[in-house]
Design a protein around this ligand. Structure first.
Ligand code: NAP
Length: 285
């Protein structure tokens, strides 16, 4: 078996399965699932990502509406716009593209997403449940990483897992998911001293930082599993946090960038929309 974890192929299989499921539902007279993406600002990278979500959604039969707001929108108006989507029975999932411009109270906006439609699991009730071992809505990228590991039949229990990065959408939830599966988890961050000392003991390294060549060959042990969630733009080329060509020689399994974790994120997002659709009621219109 190849040591390269092919997120693109697994993602395509998942998306084809969802597409078939939607076609079956439409044949039965049911409505299409629907995703609302909320975006405030004008960042080119975020806009490209959102367009990609729309393209992928519509390719498999999910309606995707982008609600784009100028960064001068008031907090009150944004909350009102969110409320409309929260109450709209034809909206199954709401994705709030983060980060928001600095002027907003992030906690307030995040807590205003209807938790049942919170397809990236960022609402406190969903995050809180995850930390209590109740995995109701799992954030897309951590869920994608878990699914990749499942597909490659990686046993998590009792493994030493080192997660680098501690953001609310990535580092913390993936650590919790690993802990829920009885891994021994070490979390590292920008204040961690001598990262190599920690990573050298890892059976699985999950890098969630956004720093080119953070993980070098001399930082990983022979046979370890390397998951690279990092996305870095180097002169227009997308690379991860791991020095792939060198680390690959020592790894037993490794994700490429692009083509590893990224495509899994989209697949899990659309899977979470389908979960919202089932909960919301798949009635005919
Ligand atoms: P973030 O909120 O900026 O968090 C980065 C984390 O990295 C922080 O916890 C930070 O530590 C830590 N860090 C920074 N420098 C470090 C260093 N030298 N050594 C160890 N830790 C360090 O970013 P994020 O949203 O979690 O995203 C992380 C990366 O994943 C980015 O490249 C992002 O583009 C990518 N990403 C990919 C996907 C995907 O689908 N593939 C999805 C989401 C994000 P402190 O907490 O101490 O500051």
């Amino acid at each position: 078996m190849s040591k390269i974890m092919d997120g693109r192929e697994i993602s395509n299989t998942i998306l084809n399965r969802i597409k078939k499921d939607i076609l079956d539902k439409i044949d039965k007279g049911l409505r299409r699932p629907s995703l609302a993406v909320i975006y405030v600002g004008n960042d080119k990278g975020s806009l490209a990502y959102i367009k990609m979500i729309k393209r992928k959604s519509e390719k498999i039969g999910i309606d995707c509406n982008i609600h784009k707001f100028h960064s001068d929108i008031t907090e009150e108006k944004l909350l009102n716009e969110m409320d409309k989507l929260n109450k709209d029975s034809l909206v199954d999932g709401i994705l709030l593209q983060l980060p928001l411009p600095k002027k907003f109270n992030h906690n307030l906006i995040i807590s205003n997403i209807n938790p049942n439609k919170d397809v990236d699991g960022v609402h406190y009730s969903n995050a809180g449940k995850l930390y209590q071992g109740d995995e109701v809505i799992i954030p897309c990228t951590p869920k994608g990483i878990m699914r990749l590991l499942e597909e490659y039949k990686v046993e998590i229990e009792s493994k030493n897992v080192v997660v680098i990065g501690r953001s609310n959408i990535l580092g913390k939830p993936i650590s919790m998911l690993m802990l829920n599966r009885n891994a021994t988890v070490t979390m590292c961050h920008s204040k961690t001293k001598n990262l190599r000392n920690v990573t050298m003991n890892a059976d699985v390294i999950i890098s969630c930082v956004g720093k080119v060549r953070l993980i070098e060959k001399d930082m990983v042990k022979e046979g370890s599993i390397i998951i690279d969630a990092g996305i870095n733009d180097v002169d227009g080329k997308i690379v991860g946090d791991v020095n792939y060509d060198e680390v690959e020689q020592k790894a037993s399994l490794i994700t490429p960038v692009p083509g590893g974790v990224g495509p899994m994120t989209i697949a899990m997002l659309l899977e979470n929309v389908m979960e919202g659709y089932s909960k919301n009621g798949t009635k005919t219109i």
